[in-house]
Design a protein around this ligand. Structure first.
Ligand SMILES: [Zn+2]
Length: 129
């Protein structure tokens, strides 16, 4: 083997390792996509507000508290009250949605990285016709 070929085979070996590592990352990131639980877009939080009645306790700092789901739709923030009996389920599904979106973002990054490695491998393996 010529020196140049030895050098490129070491690079190829590193690139193959890198590609396998990315593939393992990809599989991990895809786990959430293969899940079966429903997803709810939005964040659950407690909203505290005044109702506007001049004699209400909320004017003295005892704000009305309610749990809401907040999400953005076509650039606007939407709110929906969550009945207490649905809180646990809504919270779980909204957390799962956040995990799903994080997974999707990771997959997008990994995808780009894989293509870079693949192009690099191609450049090293390619010979003149
Ligand atoms: Zn009030």
């Amino acid at each position: 083997m010529q020196n140049e070929e030895i050098g490129s085979s070491q690079s190829l070996s590193r690139l193959r390792q890198e590609l396998r590592r990315l593939l393992a990352d990809l599989e991990r990131s895809l786990e959430v996509v293969f899940g079966r639980t429903p997803l709810i877009k939005g964040t659950v939080y407690e909203m505290a507000r005044k109702c506007g009645k001049p004699t209400c306790a909320c004017t003295r700092g005892q704000l009305h508290k309610s749990l809401v789901l907040s999400w953005s739709h076509q650039g606007k923030t939407r709110l929906k009250a969550i009945p207490p009996e649905k809180l646990a389920k809504v919270r779980r599904k909204s957390e799962e949605y956040a995990r799903f979106r994080r997974g999707r973002a990771q997959i997008s990054v990994i995808n780009k990285q894989m293509l870079e490695v693949i192009d690099h491998i191609e450049a090293l393996r390619r010979e003149e016709p």
